[in-house]
Design a protein around this ligand. Sequence first.
Ligand code: GLN
Length: 539
Amino acid sequence: MDTKYIFVTGGVVSSLGKGIISSSLACLLKARGFRVTIQKFDPYINIDPGTLNPYEHGECYVTVDGHEADLDLGHYERFTNIRTTRANNITSGRIFQNVINKERHGEYLGKTVQIVPHITDEIKRNVKLLGKTGNFDFVITEIGGTVGDIESLPFLEAVRQLKWELGDDACCVHLTYVPYLGAAKELKTKPTQHSVKQLQEVGIQPDILVLRTEKDIPPEMRRKIAQFCNVAPDAVVQSADAPSIYEVPVRMHRQHLDEILLRICNVNDAPEPDMEPWYKFLNHMVDAKEEVTIGLVGKYVELQDAYKSINEALFQAATYNDRKLKLISIHSEQLHEGNVEEKLAPMDGVIIAPGFGSRGIEGKFVALKWCREHDIPTFGICLGMQCMVIEFARNVLGLRDANSTEMQPSTPHNVIDLMEEQKSVTDMGGTMRLGAYDCTLRPGSRAAQAYGSEHVSERHRHRFEFNNNYRAAFEEAGMKCVGENPDTHLVEVVEIPEKRWFIGTQYHPEYSSTVLSPNPIFIDFIKTAISFHEEKKNN
Ligand code: GLN
């Protein structure tokens, strides 16, 4: 079978969940036995989202090969269990950079370099890059932004050309919004019609429409939309608000979205999707009646997407433990000794979030001291782990001025320090220690027990590290360095074995947690939080 290219575009408004629809489609196609990958094309000029703060673009996701990527790649992995790489996320910046580099190398010698055909050709080349490996039956390409944006135009022109060239090896799924007007008590289809018209104006006829809605769209309304938009009547499906994003694949399957797509792409005799493992997860979700309460201490907690992968990893772990996740956001800037007890006492477990810079850092120390002294299951991730180390140095080792040189370059006790290879780095973009590295865990440690293994590989995104000069002092005082990189001896995991569960990881285990393969350390953390909850209840 030739590789099929599915394009997912969006109209009317942003934030419709193109990533979830793309992921759901991939999930269904994979369950039918196809080899699938998803890629995201983002129309902004940044080379990657690594330099964007969470206010701009939510969480920065990291791939195994060390690419700082759009958070939608996190959804792709969580829904499909398939690893993405640098090739799965392309921005306008990268497209322009490639074209300009080629121009400087003289590859277009004599020619005027233009948006069409040079930028569009570079986009097309990148769209097909993964397909050309021969490793995939379906390449799903999500086009970021909204139809009508100036920035998206070169991407849409590339899609138009590809659809023309590829015939039924290409298909366009367009996502729109059908608003409900409370005053008129009516769902409105006009924005969808306008959005499809805009797509048609740039020469793209969508094959499938997915309508985002807060209310059920009656069949006659869907037929009307089909008629106005030149789309087959059954190829207009709705995506109503779901209680969980993980229900979307099933909802799409019930409306035959995958079947329609296969028909449009001329794929016959595809096996039915085997969604058994997925249903198993959903059943856990339904069965989960009791709650597990986890406090997330961070400085971006008011942003829905800032800690996306952590939220999802916790949710998956809670679900497999048959518990509803009650995630309480605790703003680290507002946490102090006067309110820490009131804020943290109701928690069954506490996560200290990753981050950069000193804003909110003192609140993290206050939280950690309280959690350590009250033996609360506590999980520090990246900066959260570094804060665990600093708090321990200050309050247990008695090194009052201990700090990270990120926060205080002149600290006399630099228990967290800039990594050697970072000292000569001046560029900000893509220069951290990024991607998956091996970690060896001490036999018998809580972390090794949690993973059921002494060898793990997890993803990183940091410049600072545990200062090995202090290792012996920490070990002696009870904070053990139980995980290290076998080549560089960088400390990857610390824990206090005498506590219920007090573990910090320099890496981000949340990035590798998926629906069908949840991360074991999150599972173990939630398990401990649940038994702590039971213990509190019985006392
Ligand atoms: N700012 C810290 C560092 O660069 C931690 C980074 C993080 O939490 N991702 O090492």
